[in-house]
Design a binder for this molecule. Structure first.
Ligand SMILES: Nc1ncnc2c1ncn2[C@@H]1O[C@H](COP(=O)(O)OP(=O)(O)OP(=O)(O)O)[C@@H](O)[C@H]1O
Ligand SMILES: CCCCCCCCCCCCC/C=C/[C@@H](O)[C@H](CO)NC(C)=O
Ligand SMILES: [Ca+2]
Length: 530
């Protein structure tokens, strides 16, 4: 029996079987939908509408001829008919809290020709999804998180990539920065994307490798803070297997390897703000999540010696750091991001296809055109704040993660060209604890007199002692200024709780404490190709 072709757009509609039940199956190219609904025995009132399933064609993972086992063929049902033919469709099933799973349904056809029609029509529809990756380079960090990156990839991700017809070249890293170094040598033309199986640090490695490679190929010196960096066309994905996984969590809404793998297969895409960090004319790092001084810098530093604890190392170090209650003196200067349409306290979290990001990016481009390349050093007013701080955090995205589902700045945007600068001034232990705990509740963590938050285009930080080291002050005689910090630390009556903290840059510790950060829109990241 030929499938029924209805008038343009040519729908394909057949009665097929699923688990011995008859269903009306419809492929509607015009609406880009595949749907099927159970046919119940005709009642007096005609066909009763049973439960039906509708799947957007963009969410079909794969279509293939079904394996038919002999047992089923020999069942009474088929004995009087020719050999049955079937095809299997895998598709996205949306679960709770942004979790995705791969649904699977097998349609049985009475004739081989009908089965071929359906396979051809569905594969034609899939082939029109040209933004989907076909060949990926996968870096696995066996060392991050709970050290299960390899198992996670082999058991949960590789089977989905294979079902979707994606070829993957896999590199299990052998040392820190193996992936970053490797990216300077591989032939990137071969790949539709780079996938990192690990946490934020692994993503940061791949980010640095890709951006560094592209700037090197474009002969751009990234040591120049005002350099307009070349954009990277190749996309990065993350399969979360780290401890914090905040880059994945802040874009996907969950750090689940299967969910991320399915987004990768569909080729979902999200631009991402990337900040560059310099010390004078020396490039230090790029950052996409947290650039944190004080509390988060000390937490990270204290956790590095306890990697054997896995993700719990941050909790242990966080508790110890909280008890020390260190604060740090210095000067923060920043330029506001005047083009953005949002603010850190507008309670408008960034979502897929975000209007705030789109509109802010548009306004940023218009401003950059007006100012040509002076944009990086525009004379807009700088705001300068001197003080004693518990924490100085600059976040390019919310930094939402399992520990803090809202993140450090819940309304920070993924691609608005700005970062949220959060200043937590010296306060009592109790007040600091109240501020921290609000990161895990629905309450506003900025609603304290000692907390300020600004949406900025760039900022600079100079620690107090570094200032004195740099100034031409003569009041400390011939003592070499660079030892001032040491004197301060050694002197029991010194009121500085601690001379300097260190910067936590996306989970890696920076050597420098005096830095300048600016936002560079260089990276398109496969959204949820994470
Ligand atoms: N084979 C390896 N051996 C040792 N270190 C590695 C290896 N591969 C990668 N690394 C380094 O391990 C560090 C941590 O990796 P990753 O970020 O994946 O895990 P994590 O720190 O537990 O997660 P998160 O950053 O999300 O908290 C990264 O800085 C990376 O450079
Ligand atoms: C006593 C209760 C205190 C609760 C405090 C919860 C605050 C959690 C905030 C987590 C923010 C994580 C920011 C992410 C930073 C990442 O770039 C980095 C690398 O993954 N992770 C860390 C922990 O520095
Ligand atoms: Ca941002």
């Amino acid at each position: 029996m030929q499938p029924e072709y209805l008038p343009f757009p040519a729908l394909l509609c057949s009665v097929l079987s699923i688990s011995r039940q008859h269903y009306e199956v419809t492929l509607d190219p015009g609406r880009a939908l595949l749907s099927w609904r159970k046919l119940r025995p005709r009642s007096v009132k005609g066909r009763t509408r049973a439960g039906s399933v509708t799947v957007p064609l963009t969410e079909i993972v794969s279509v293939e001829e079904a394996e038919i086992d002999g047992k089923y063929c020999n069942s009474m049902k088929w004995q009087h008919m020719c050999k049955p033919h079937a095809f299997t469709v895998r598709y996205i099933k949306r679960m709770k809290k942004h979790r995705w799973r791969c649904g699977e349904v097998t349609f049985w056809c009475s004739e081989e020709q009908m089965c071929c029609h359906w396979l051809q029509a569905l594969n034609d529809a899939l082939n029109q999804q040209t933004h989907r990756p076909k060949h990926l380079l996968v870096y696995i960090n066996p060392y991050g998180g709970c050290k299960k990156g390899k198992q996670i990839y082999e058991k949960k991700v590789a089977p989905l990539f294979s079902a979707a017809g994606i070829a993957a070249d896999v590199v299990v890293t052998e040392y820190a920065n193996h992936a970053r170094d490797n990216l300077y040598d591989v032939n990137l033309e071969k790949y539709d994307g780079i996938v990192c199986v690990g946490g934020d640090g692994m993503f940061s490695e791949v980010l640095h490798g890709l951006i560094g490679r592209v700037q090197k190929d474009s002969h751009i010196d990234h040591n120049n803070p005002s350099a307009c960096l070349s954009r990277c066309s190749i996309r990065i994905g993350i399969v979360p297997a780290g401890s914090t996984d905040c880059v994945c969590y802040a874009t996907v809404g969950i750090n689940d390897p299967v969910t991320s793998a399915l987004h990768i297969i569909l080729g979902d895409c999200q631009p991402l703000d990337v900040c560059s960090i310099h010390h004078k004319k020396n490039f230090l790092k790029y950052s996409v999540s947290l650039l944190g001084y004080g509390f988060y810098g000390d937490v990270l530093k204290g956790s590095e010696n306890n990697r054997w604890l896995g993700p719990a190392r941050y909790d242990f170090s966080g508790f110890k750091t909280f008890l020390t209650h260190h604060w740090y003196e210095g000067t923060v200067s920043f330029q506001p991001a005047k083009w953005v349409i949002g603010s850190p306290r507008d309670n408008k979290p960034c979502t897929s296809g975000c209007h705030v990001c789109r509109q802010s990016s548009k306004q940023l481009q218009e401003l950059q055109k007006e100012q040509n390349c002076r944009f990086e050093h525009s004379e807009e007013e700088w705001t300068t704040i001197k003080g004693k701080f518990m924490a100085i955090n600059a976040v390019s995205l919310s930094c939402a993660c399992p520990r803090s589902p809202k993140g450090l700045s819940p309304a920070a945007h993924l691609a608005d060209g700005s970062a949220d600068l959060i200043l937590v001034r010296k306060c009592s232990r109790l007040n600091f604890l109240r501020h921290l705990i609000r990161h895990t509740s629905k309450k506003d963590q900025f609603e304290f007199p000692f907390v300020e938050v600004y949406r900025v285009k760039n900022f600079q930080f100079t620690p107090k002692h570094f200032e004195e080291y740099d100034t031409e002050s003569t009041d400390i005689g011939n003592v070499s200024k660079k030892n001032f910090a040491q004197i301060c630390t050694d002197h029991p009556s010194c009121v500085c709780s601690h001379v300097n903290s260190s910067w936590n840059c996306d989970g890696e510790t920076l050597d420098q404490t005096a830095i300048e950060m600016s936002d560079k829109k260089v990276k398109r990241r496969l959204l949820l190709m994470t």
